[in-house]
Design a protein. Structure first.
Ligand code: CUA
Length: 369
């Protein structure tokens, strides 16, 4: 009864919240609403539909090209175990009954100490079985451990207690999910920001440790569109059990469309300093400091708008937005005096919004002076 009333209470407060949100929306002027819409394109998290009913009795439905060898081996070993278990149990029961103590049979009989044919049989047959298991296991391992060339590469970072997924277009998945196309080999390049984790996709029959300060890899080729579970399979602390997500296998063309949506969401709304700081921490921090000290490149501090900077060819360049943008997209165009021409171009890596944001961020650093 109390559970029911709690539930009712939750539903009511939920409804009240929705009503309040609706009222706020109605109260906001149309222009404000449009602005809010332009600022954020939300990509809703994917709902995991739950395991298939057959998953209760069998291994989860296999949906990758390398699952066959794993499953055959697993069911083979399981079958052998059943066979031995049942055989031994029947033999034990049979012998217990046959040689039980009963009138006329109470004298223990000496058992044979050695029997060559028997010993050879029970050595050779298991040895042959072991060799076959090894061969199948080895072949399966080679399949699972060798990603094909030209696989689609996606980067995975594990940290307490979530996975970050970074696509080839440079964007992180907005919901920390893994989206992949069907019938395409995918290679995951994985590392950890803190402790050991393990990336485990049961339907693909792949599991790989994710280790700090080194890369490990995993590959699969999904054969059926759908939404499947991803787990962390290495105990990594308090919320290890919560460190799960989904892999979404898209129909042909769906993956590209999804990436375009991610791209759109990334670029929706105006540039802002906060986004710029994120971009700085992700892309610029290795070479450019904020405290005035020189690293590979000049510091972002004292990069004052309107000041003149000397270039390696002796010319002077006035610092403005155009100069900053050009230096991000095509760093070789103008090289600051005293620094090596070592920066990689960010053309195609950073969106216009991100470039504008990082310029705003640089300007915000030097506003006070
Ligand atoms: Cu990460 Cu367990």
């Amino acid at each position: 009864m109390s559970v029911l009333s709690t539930l009712m209470g939750m539903m009511q407060s939920d409804a009240a919240g929705q009503a309040a949100a609706g009222a706020a929306e109605a109260a906001a002027p149309a222009g404000e609403a449009a602005k809010a819409a332009a600022q954020a394109i939300e990509i809703a998290p994917t709902v995991y539909p739950g395991p298939a009913p057959t998953d209760l009795y069998w291994l989860p439905e296999p949906v990758s090209v390398t699952t066959e060898s794993v499953d055959w081996l697993y069911y083979g070993v399981l079958g052998l175990s059943y066979f031995c278990f049942i055989g031994i149990t029947i033999a034990v029961i049979y012998f217990v009954l046959k040689y039980r103590k009963r009138p006329g049979h109470d004298q223990a009989q000496p058992s044979p100490s050695h029997n060559n044919p028997l010993e050879i049989t029970w050595t050779v047959i298991p040895a042959i079985i072991c060799v076959f298991l090894f061969l199948f296991g080895w072949r399966g391992y080679i399949d699972v451990a060798t990603p094909p060339e030209h696989a689609l590469e996606i980067q995975i970072t594990g940290q307490k207690w979530f996975w970050t997924v970074k696509y080839p277009n440079g964007y992180n998945d907005p919901n920390n999910e893994l989206h992949v196309p069907v019938n395409r080999s995918v290679r995951l390049i994985m590392t950890s920001n803190d402790v050991l984790h393990s990336f485990f996709i049961p339907v693909f029959r792949v599991k790989q440790d994710v280790v700090p300060r080194r890369y490990t890899e995993l590959w699969f080729k999904a054969t059926k569109p759908g939404v499947y579970r991803v787990y962390c399979a290495e105990y990594c602390g308090k919320d290890h059990s919560q460190m799960k997500t989904v892999v979404v296998v898209h129909e042909p063309g769906g993956y590209q469309k999804y990436l375009e949506r991610v791209d759109e969401a990334e670029n929706a709304g105006p540039a802002d300093v906060k986004t710029g700081e994120k971009v700085y921490n992700q892309f610029c921090i290795a070479c450019h400091t904020l405290d005035g000290s020189a690293r590979v490149g000049p510091s972002f501090k004292n990069l004052v708008m309107g000041s003149d900077h000397k270039m390696t060819d002796g010319s002077m360049v006035k610092v403005d937005e155009n100069y900053l943008k050009e230096s991000i997209l095509d760093p070789m165009a103008k090289i600051r005096d005293g620094y090596p021409p070592g920066m990689t171009p960010f053309k195609g890596v950073l969106s216009d919004k991100k470039i504008d944001s990082v310029i705003l961020f640089i300007k915000s650093l030097n506003q006070a002076e």
